[in-house]
Every structure is written in structure tokens, then in C-alpha cells.
Design a protein around this ligand. Structure first.
Ligand code: GTP
Length: 888
């Protein structure tokens, strides 16, 4: 076996070799110098000894103390009782203290006889005495078992535990040795509690410092005890006071001393569960924990039914476990939850597995799933089914002519009067063709509206993808195709701008065929209709194609039912309150209907058609604007007619509460990964913004775009976003968060809000065009970025001669081979193509004159600051660093 040097031990323990040698000598080891080496076993003992010594002086003798105890037990009159307690310790003691054991024993024995004196004089003796006494006491008095446990624990794992005796030592000195054992035990007991805990803590700390310690101890135990109890895991756990119970168990049954000697892990575990053990733990100061455990034991739960959405504390209650335990378990899985967080499916599964519980999930959202209730209420009866208007969504790349096409179809040129090139609001319109209605949902083409488009596709029966014949397939064309495909909706291609000379419909066909959209005349199944939104060419064909497709789809609905509609657009309008544009899916929507749409509910006050004209009802497939809702419902939300206001209110309330809780949970639940990201983001610069927009659609578009403005260094942080005018509270919020700006879209601050913003230094920027807003924010964000340092090469010179100039050092006689060499600029010395130095030009001369710059082909003398090792053949390269504004 390799021997271990004292220096190594000192290093591991972070101590001086000299101190270690002292301890070693103290232990009776033959050690003289730091280079002396000892057996690994001795090294381990030495480390234990040193560690214990650190804890308390009294504990120094620790290792030796144990040994004596054992032997004492055998020797002294206290005999059998001692034996019991010592049993477990015995082997350890033997192992640990080998060299000094005898001396210590003797000392102890003396101590035992002399009592007080010895205690006072020598901590070692005291310790040993205490140990003995403790053992005796414990044996005699069951209630003191707790201490025994500790003693045992100490023996098993760490010497530190031995500390107990140290504490006792003092008390002991006050106690007359001649007093009854019970008295002794009591006094010891009284002294124990807090000191022991402290010791235990110290131990823990020390152990942490020297991780190797734990293991070695555990191993030692194994060998020493030569029993199976040294299950590594148990030992490790025993680090804590929790271990104590194990030992206690052994002690509890006095008569079974012999059995104890053969203690094995099974025994230990069993004992842990007894009430007695629990009490012991409680005394040690883990009341809560123990109590909980007891409860659990009493009411073990094997199966539970939980809602899909359950919070951590609710789950803990259901399984009858302390919430802390559940959180701890989750933490060990790498996820941080607070007690109010919702558990995700995976976490529930793992927790169920960990706690051995059968978990069945029940859908608690049913309580406010009014759509399901509507669907279950009654199927549309076959005889009432009538044809309904197909709902069409027009999608396509920016400027390919979506708005123009729709406008032409509606015979109203909206695009021309629009504030910018982008369609701002999502609307739904209906047109008539051959006596049949067709409903169009107008989703904007800007990338930022992607999310809305996908929602649009869900309500739609047919998607028209507009592709400009002169521009071909573009990124958003592909996106549109993907959305339509994902929604399983038939696609009709409108090849627009056919009036243009540059129109190339075949190219469009070819490009789309690549995306799996093959024209019918090419053997595919997609209609390609050439149109011109400008001239109106092909528009009728397009409408007819739509109707044909609708026929194929056999779109039908039951107008006699209660209404079911989808919210396309919503906003808060002055004087009107919450306004929602919906497309009726089934049933008939009527003024006076009591409806619920997500968190919004109310009695329909008025219905307006797509031209703003009040109507009494809206049939399946028709778009209609609804007035009378309590809140602004989210786009994509389903609106249902319910029986009473109470029911509507109830649904909305439950949904609102559900969403609120989810939102709260979202804000607090952070996985470890996210946490580290957040920490990493400490260095990330953010631009806090508050967004206010007139309508939901624009708000989402702006949010979506701004969220994308980020790189590894900077990002936009949306502090708050809402529909409606800029309010005083927005200003207050902005002034509370440093550097926060308010972005208004189609809204403007007025009167007091404006004043407040001015007085509190809050900047409000308002826009009418989304692009402008995004551009502005982008440049603001780039402004936050650290400038990019770019290197600009100035020139190169070759060293032809090197002169040693007094005071100046070595000067390189060069010829400029490229560009210029300038005084004061940075240079690097290149030798054989390798950079060997970087510095700056300290002097630059042409003949005897100092110059600022020397051009190509000229000779010059170059002095390099702080560098003298210049050689003939080296190249001097001059360069400057240019700061540039970073771009996203
Ligand atoms: N020559 C010609 N120009 C067209 C045609 N359709 C649209 N345009 C023009 O193309 C430009 C963009 O048209 P829009 O209807 O605004 O395009 P859009 O796809 O709705 O654009 P966004 O709303 O910004 O996504 C406008 O200048 C239109 O006048 C067409 O068929 N022929």
C-alpha cells in the first residue's frame, strides 16, 4: 500500500504540516518531518483526530477516548451496561485508536477512578470519562437513549459526534462522580441538548471542508465493525442527526445486547420508524419534521384523484405529505416550485412514483368549459341543418395584395386610405356571390401577425393564399401554406398582380409545387386562380372557385340552436365599451342573448354587421360586431349563448380565476435551467417598455415583434401591455422601472397623463404605423449594445536594421512596405508570420526628425514602447481599433 505523506494530509486538511506532525506525535505515530509518511490507515486516524481537535480541544483525545471506552466497558465495573452502549462503538474505537489506545485507556481508567480531578486536568480524560458515564447512564435509563444514539452515530460515522462527551465533560466536572449513575446521566443530559447540536453542526461543516473524511470514516467502520451495518448510504445519511435513531433502536432493547452487537441495516431502519425513535429526533430539534413523518405513517395514502391543474400545496395535502417534502422532492428533480405553483404533468408523474401513489387526473376545467357544455347540450338536428356561408381567410406575403384583393371584392378601396403599408386591424367581412354569402377574415400580412393568422385558420373553412405573380413565393407565403396545411384547411391560390407585365404565373406554380401545392392543370389538386386586385381580373372566378370548394365541404349549421361563435377581433372603444368581432359558427346570434366568451360575459346590447349597420341577428358563417360584453375577450375565444346571466357570470369568473392563477404560477415557477439563464442574463441589458394599443390585434403584433428584438446581449422587456389609452398608472409604472418608455399605438396621452409623464421624466412615444414603432425600438435596443471594436490595418514595415540608442533603447530601422506607420498607434511585431508582441509606437523618425507618419517605400526608425527584442527581418504592423455601433 502507498504511504501518505504528512504534507498531503496537511494539504487536504488545509493546515500546516507542523500542526499535523504535532497531532501525529500526540497520537504516537513515528513522524518527524513533513515528508514523513504513514500508513493510509494511520493517516485516516490522524485526519479524524485532527478534525476532531479542531472542533473542540476536548475532542482531541476523541479517537483515543473511544477505544478506552470500549475497553473500559470490558474492564470497569459498570460492565454489561456499558457493553451494550459500546457494542457498536467498540470496533470503531479499536480501529481508530490503535496506537494510543492503551495509554488512553489507562488514562481513562485513572480518570474514572479519580473523577473530577482528572476531568479538569485533562480534556482527554474528561472525554473518556464522559463517554463511560454516558454509556452507563444510557444503559440504565431508557429515556436517555437519545444521547446514546448520538454516541452511536458518532462512532459509526464521525468522530465529531464524540464531541458530545466534550460537552458533557464540563457538566461532568460539576457532578460528583460518586453520585448515582442516574444523576450523572441527568446532568449530562441537561448539558447535552444545545451543545450537541452545535457540535453536530460544526461537524457537518468540517466534514464539508474535507469531503474525504466522511467516506473514510464510513469505510473504516465497515472494516472495524466487521458487520454489515456499514451500509454506505446509511452512514452518509447519518451525517445528520437523523441517524441517531438507528443507534437508539439498538440501545432501546437492553436485553438484546448481543443482538445489538450484530446490528445490521435492517434493524436500523426498523428502529427508525418506532415512535420512540421519533421522540428522540424531536428532542434533537426536528419536531416539525418528525411530527409530519408520524402523520404520514399514520395515514399513508396510496391513491388519489387530482385535477389536471393542481398546485404544489394542494398535491401535498392530497397525498398527506408536508408541502416542504414535495418541494424538496421537486427540487431534487431540478425544478423549483413554490407551494402555489401548478404542477406539470411530468412532475406529477414523478412525484406519484416517488411517493408510491396512484394518481388519477380529472379535468377540473370542466367546471367552466362552457363550450363542452354547449356541445353536449344537443347535437344539431339533421333536419334543421342549412347551408352556411364559408369562412375564408386571405393570407400571403406583405404587399402581395391581400388588402387590395379583399377591397376589390368588397368594392371598397380601404388600402389606399390606410396609414401604412400594413393592414392594422383584423376584421371580418361578408360578400354576396350568386345569391350566396361568403365571409372573409382579413388577417394582416406582416410577420408579426403570424400568431393571429394561425388563429384565423382555425375558424376558417378555406384559405386563400395570395401570391404576387411578379414576386413569387416569399417567406410569408410559405408560412401561410404551413398554417393552412396544419389546420387541414383547403387552399386556393390567388395568383395576383396578373395585370403586371412582369407577372410570371408559371414561376408561382413551380415554386408552390415545391411546397406540395400543385395546380390542378399540373395534375395536382389545388386551384390556382389568376387575378388582379387592380383591374378586377379573375375576381369572379376566384369567388366561384370558393363556392365550389364550399360545396365540396358541405358546410352546414343549425340556425335554430343557441349561438356558438369565434372572436376574431376585440377592442375597448370609447363610449361603446368592450367590442368584439365574431364569426358565428353555429346557431343564431341575437340581440338580448346572454353570452360568455372566456372571461367576458354579458347581455348582447347590439349587433353590427361588417358595414357597421345594426342588425337583430347573425346567422351561421356571418361576421358580426358584438356590444354589451363585460370585458374585452381574447381573440380566438369561443362565444356561447347561455341560459342565464348567473351562469354566464359563473363561467367567466371561474375562467378568470383559472387564468389568473396560471399567470401567477407562471411568474413564480422557474426551472433550474431557467434560473441559470436568468443569472446569466444579469449581464443582459434590457429596454423596459410599456405598450398600449387601441386593439388586441395590434397589441399582439407589437408584442410579438418586440419580443423578437433581442440578441445575446440585449432585449426588450415588456413590462406591461394593454388595450386602451395611456393612463396615469402606466406613467407611474414606467417611472417605477428605470429607463422604461411607454409605446403607444393609435393611442395618445392627454391632459394630466401628459403632464405627469413630463414631471416624472417618463418618455411616451406614439405611433400610427407598426413598422415605425418597431424600427424605433430596434434602434433603441441597438443603442444599448456595447460597441463593436473593429480593427483597421494601417500599414506594415520590415525591420532591416536594429540600432541601440542610448536612453531610447532599441530602434528598428524599417522600410514601410504597405500603408503607413504612424506614431502613437498600436502595432504588433510579427516574426516568421507569428505575432510576438503587441504594443504601440513610442517614437517614429525619418532621419533625425520626429515624424507623425511614414508612407509606403520610405525608411524610418521605429521605437516600440516597452519592447527591445526587435530583430532584423521582423515585421511591424500598425493598426487602429475602431468602435462601431453594434447591430442586432
Ligand atoms: N399592379 C397591381 N398592383 C397591386 C395589385 N394588388 C395590389 N397591388 C398593389 O400592391 C401594393 C400592396 O397591396 P396591399 O393590398 O396593401 O398588400 P397586402 O398584402 O395587403 O399588404 P400588407 O397589408 O402590408 O400585408 C399596393 O400598392 C397595391 O396597390 C394588383 O393586382 N396589381
Amino acid at each position: 500500500m502507498d504511504k501518505v505523506r504528512i504534507t498531503e494530509i496537511a494539504k487536504e486538511l488545509g493546515m500546516k504540516s507542523k500542526d499535523i506532525i504535532e497531532k501525529a506525535v500526540d497520537m504516537g505515530l513515528d513522524v518527524k518531518a513533513p515528508s514523513s509518511s504513514i500508513d493510509p490507515e494511520d493517516a485516516e486516524k490522524l485526519m479524524n483526530y485532527v478534525l476532531t481537535g479542531e472542533n473542540t480541544q476536548a475532542s482531541k483525545p476523541f479517537s483515543s477516548v473511544k477505544a478506552p471506552e470500549v475497553k473500559k466497558a470490558d474492564v470497569v465495573e459498570k460492565v454489561e451496561k456499558v457493553e451494550k452502549a459500546v457494542i457498536i462503538e467498540t470496533p470503531v474505537a479499536e480501529k481508530v485508536t490503535t496506537p494510543k489506545t492503551k495509554t488512553l485507556k489507562e488514562k481513562e481508567l485513572e480518570g474514572v477512578q479519580t473523577v473530577d480531578t482528572s476531568m479538569k486536568d485533562e480534556s482527554q480524560k474528561g472525554d473518556s470519562l464522559l463517554m463511560d458515564d454516558e454509556v452507563d447512564t444510557e444503559e440504565k435509563n431508557d429515556p436517555t437513549n437519545v444521547r446514546k444514539r448520538r454516541g452511536l452515530v458518532i462512532v459509526k460515522k464521525k468522530r465529531p459526534e464524540v464531541v458530545e462527551p466534550v460537552v458533557e465533560e464540563k457538566s461532568f466536572s460539576h457532578t460528583s462522580y460518586g453520585s448515582s449513575e442516574r444523576e450523572v446521566s441527568r446532568s449530562i443530559e441537561s448539558m447535552f441538548s444545545s451543545p450537541i447540536n452545535q457540535e453536530a453542526q460544526k461537524k457537518k461543516k468540517k466534514i464539508k471542508k474535507v469531503p474525504a473524511e466522511k467516506k473514510s470514516n464510513a469505510e473504516k467502520l465497515d472494516i472495524a465493525l466487521n458487520i454489515e451495518m456499514a451500509d454506505t448510504n446509511i452512514d452518509i445519511e447519518d451525517d445528520d442527526m437523523i441517524v441517531l435513531p438507528d443507534l437508539n433502536a439498538g440501545i432501546t432493547v437492553n436485553e438484546e445486547v448481543k443482538k445489538k452487537k450484530q446490528i445490521d441495516p435492517t434493524q436500523i431502519r426498523t428502529t427508525k420508524k418506532t415512535n420512540f425513535v421519533m421522540q428522540g429526533i424531536q428532542r434533537v430539534g426536528r419536531k416539525k419534521r418528525r411530527r409530519n413523518v408520524t402523520t404520514q405513517e399514520a395515514e399513508a395514502i396510496s391513491a388519489i384523484e387530482i385535477p389536471e391543474e393542481i398546485r404544489v400545496y394542494e398535491f401535498a395535502e392530497k397525498i398527506n405529505k408536508p408541502v416542504g417534502e414535495v418541494i424538496k422532492e421537486l427540487f431534487s428533480l431540478g425544478v423549483m416550485f413554490t407551494k402555489n405553483d401548478f404542477l406539470d404533468k411530468d412532475s406529477i408523474e414523478i412525484l406519484a412514483d416517488t411517493f408510491g401513489i396512484n394518481v388519477t387526473t380529472v379535468n377540473d376545467q370542466e367546471s367552466f368549459d362552457y363550450v363542452k357544455a354547449y356541445d353536449e347540450e344537443g347535437e344539431a338536428s339533421e333536419q334543421n341543418l342549412v347551408e352556411r356561408a364559408p369562412v375564408i381567410t386571405i393570407m400571403g406575403h406583405v404587399d402581395h395584395g391581400k388588402t387590395s384583393l379583399l377591397d376589390y371584392i368588397r368594392s371598397a378601396k380601404v388600402a389606399a386610405g390606410e396609414a401604412g403599408g400594413i393592414t392594422q386591424h383584423v376584421g371580418a367581412y361578408m360578400v354576396e356571390k350568386n345569391g350566396r354569402n361568403i365571409t372573409f377574415i382579413d388577417t394582416p400580412g406582416h410577420e408579426a401577425f403570424t400568431e393571429m393568422r394561425s388563429r384565423g385558420a382555425k375558424v376558417t373553412d378555406i384559405v386563400i393564399v395570395v401570391v404576387a405573380a411578379d414576386d413569387g413565393v416569399k417567406p410569408q407565403t410559405k408560412e401561410a401554406v404551413e398554417h393552412a396545411k396544419a389546420a387541414g384547411v383547403p387552399i386556393i391560390i390567388a395568383v395576383n398582380k396578373m395585370d403586371k407585365e412582369s407577372a410570371n404565373p408559371d414561376l408561382v406554380k413551380a415554386q408552390l409545387a415545391e411546397l406540395g401545392i400543385t395546380p390542378i392543370d399540373w395534375g395536382g389538386e389545388h386551384e390556382f386562380v389568376p387575378v388582379s386586385a387592380k383591374t378586377g381580373m379573375g375576381i369572379e372566378d376566384l369567388l366561384e372557385t370558393i363556392l365550389l370548394q364550399a360545396d365540396v365541404l358541405e358546410l352546414k349549421a343549425d340556425p335554430s340552436r343557441d349561438v356558438k361563435a369565434t372572436v376574431i377581433e376585440s377592442s375597448l372603444e370609447k363610449g361603446r365599451g368592450p367590442v368584439a368581432t365574431v364569426v358565428v359558427q353555429d346557431g343564431t346570434m341575437r340581440v338580448g342573448d346572454i353570452v360568455v366568451a372566456g372571461i367576458a360575459f354579458g347581455k348582447v346590447k347590439a349587433l353590427l354587421n361588417d358595414r357597421g349597420i345594426a342588425v337583430k341577428e347573425a346567422l351561421p358563417g356571418e361576421p358580426v360586431v358584438v356590444l354589451g360584453l363585460s370585458e374585452v375577450p381574447g381573440a380566438g375565444e369561443t362565444l356561447i349563448n347561455v341560459k342565464s346571466d348567473k351562469i354566464a357570470r359563473e363561467y367567466a369568473k371561474k375562467k378568470a380565476e383559472y387564468l389568473r392563477q396560471k399567470e401567477l404560477s407562471k411568474s413564480t415557477k422557474v426551472s433550474l435551467d431557467e434560473l441559470s439563464d436568468m443569472i446569466a442574463e444579469g449581464a443582459l441589458k434590457t429596454l423596459p417598455v410599456i405598450i398600449k394599443a387601441d386593439v388586441q390585434g395590434s397589441l399582439e403584433a407589437i408584442k410579438g415583434s418586440l419580443e423578437k428584438i433581442r440578441n445575446a446581449e440585449t432585449k426588450v422587456n415588456i413590462v406591461s401591455a394593454g388595450i386602451g389609452g395611456i393612463t396615469e398608472s402606466d406613467v407611474a409604472l414606467a417611472s417605477a422601472s428605470s429607463n422604461c418608455i411607454i409605446l403607444g399605438f393609435h393611442v395618445r396621452p392627454t391632459g394630466i397623463v401628459k403632464e405627469k409623464a413630463k414631471s416624472s421624466g417618463v418618455e411616451i412615444k406614439t405611433y400610427n404605423i407598426i413598422y415605425d414603432l418597431i424600427d424605433d425600438v430596434t434602434s433603441l435596443v441597438t443603442g444599448l449594445m456595447a460597441p463593436v471594436i473593429r480593427e483597421e490595418n494601417i500599414g506594415q514595415a520590415m525591420v532591416r536594421e536594429v540600432f541601440a540608442v542610448p536612453k531610447l533603447g532599441h530602434i528598428a530601422g524599417c522600410i514601410v512596405t504597405d500603408g503607413t506607420i504612424n506614431r502613437g498607434v498600436k502595432i504588433r511585431v510579427i516574426r516568421d508570420g507569428v505575432i510576438i508582441y503587441e504594443g504601440s509606437v513610442s517614437s517614429l523618425k525619418r532621419f533625425k526628425d520626429d515624424v507623425k507618419e511614414v508612407g509606403k517605400g520610405y525608411e524610418c526608425g521605429v521605437g516600440i514602447e516597452g519592447y527591445t527584442d526587435i530583430k532584423v527581418g521582423d515585421y511591424i504592423e500598425s493598426f487602429k481599433e475602431v468602435e462601431e455601433k453594434a447591430k442586432l
